[in-house]
Design a protein around this ligand. Structure first.
Ligand SMILES: NC(=O)C1=CN([C@@H]2O[C@H](COP(=O)(O)OP(=O)(O)OC[C@H]3O[C@@H](n4cnc5c(N)ncnc54)[C@H](OP(=O)(O)O)[C@@H]3O)[C@@H](O)[C@H]2O)C=CC1
Ligand SMILES: CC(C)(CO)C(=O)C(=O)O
Length: 318
């Protein structure tokens, strides 16, 4: 299969490099100049696994404006706030027969992708794998090969032949894909997960393992999960997990799978960048408000993260 990764940061590289290893043709598109220039200069991207075995993997990398490839499927992995701009810069090479696949965190991307791709060509999911971009041209895949899991669903909730081929390729690349026919329920499960883990680890500058080891963590997680589910259920989302299963997932992924990982939101804050909080906790707040429900803790946390972003901006200017 032929893939083009759009947004070749940490996760774009993880999906692209492993699909390339599994025998697919993969191109990478990214607008971040230092990153693209570094990969061109060194002849690829340096890939480590859990900070070890750093090696160079050759990749074909392009700026949006110069790209002319014709893949079967695009894989989108920008940050939520970058997507609209990146899509506009890439629009010249999108064709009506091509598929769009993404496992970005948060919500907001679906509507933007539907401006460029037909509903029957859109497949979205979630990835329970941790990846860190150490800097331009240098990525670290956290966790043993094949250890992570992911869910995906068609926007139409009707898998076609292409979807099954995509699942087979993701399986060969050891992403452990699970195809569902519940689009919003699948995506919202990860939003709820991230609204707990990403946000709290960012605010308290701690790893997922440190958070989950705190004796009050279950009570905190449960409060956020309950509010999130109350908002989702009012909006008619059929959640794929029960509230208890969601809490179990927070604990398993934090304690067993990735205890040493600082979630991607922490990495953004730490690097003085904007976070995706408006698309995670903020999204849940808006969803609740549509139905007269106030997800108070999520609203408070959204403000807290924005306050911390402001402080980081001041720190950067010093
Ligand atoms: N990382 C992870 O473990 C996971 C991430 N996700 C999700 O995947 C999507 C893509 O995230 P991810 O792959 O982490 O994105 P990255 O942070 O790796 O890259 C996205 C963009 O951020 C900017 N950037 C990244 N690193 C730096 C740096 N050191 N200095 C300056 N700018 C930098 C660049 O764009 P620019 O210069 O324009 O800012 C880059 O193109 C998001 O929705 C995320 O939530 C989902 C599961 C796990
Ligand atoms: C926590 C994690 C890795 C999911 O496992 C994630 O989604 C992130 O870091 O943003």
């Amino acid at each position: 299969m032929k893939f083009t990764v759009v947004g070749s940061g940490a996760m774009g590289l993880r999906y692209g490099v492993l699909l390339q290893d599994a025998g697919n043709e993969v191109d990478f598109v990214d607008p971040w100049e230092p990153h693209v220039e570094k990969m061109r200069e060194q002849g690829g991207v340096y890939v480590s696994r859990d900070h070890e075995a750093k090696h160079l993997v050759p990749v074909n990398v392009f700026y949006p404006e110069e790209y002319q490839g014709e893949p079967d499927c695009y894989i989108f992995f920008t940050k939520q706030m970058q997507l609209a701009d990146v899509l506009a810069r890439c629009a010249h090479f999108f064709k009506p027969n091509q598929y769009a696949f993404t496992c970005m965190n948060g919500m907001g991307h679906v509507e933007k992708l539907l401006q460029y791709f037909k509903p029957e060509k859109l497949i979205a999911g979630t990835a329970l794998v941790a990846t860190v971009l150490n800097g331009p041209g240098d990525v670290d895949f956290i966790g043993a090969r094949g250890a992570g899991t992911m869910n995906l669903a068609n926007y139409t909730e009707k898998p076609d032949e292409f979807t099954h081929q995509l699942v087979a390729e993701l399986d060969k690349a050891q992403f452990n894909p699970n195809l569902t026919t519940n689009f919003r329920g699948t995506l919202m499960a990860k939003v709820v997960f991230n609204s707990v883990v990403n946000t709290l680890c960012t605010m308290f500058e701690m790893t997922m393992g440190e958070y989950a080891a705190y004796e009050g963590a279950d009570e905190m997680s449960r409060q956020l999960i309950d509010e999130a589910y109350d908002a989702c259920e009012r909006d008619g989302v059929k959640m794929i997990n029960s509230r208890q299963e969601e809490l179990d997932s927070v604990n398993y992924v934090s304690k067993v799978a990735n205890p040493l990982h600082y979630p991607s939101m922490y990495q953004d804050m730490h690097n003085y960048r904007r976070t995706e909080v408006d698309y995670i906790n903020g999204y849940l707040v808006k969803m609740g408000r549509k139905h007269g429900y106030e997800a108070k803790t999520h609203a408070f946390l959204t403000h807290e993260v924005h306050l911390a972003e402001l402080q980081k901006q001041k720190e950067k200017q010093k």
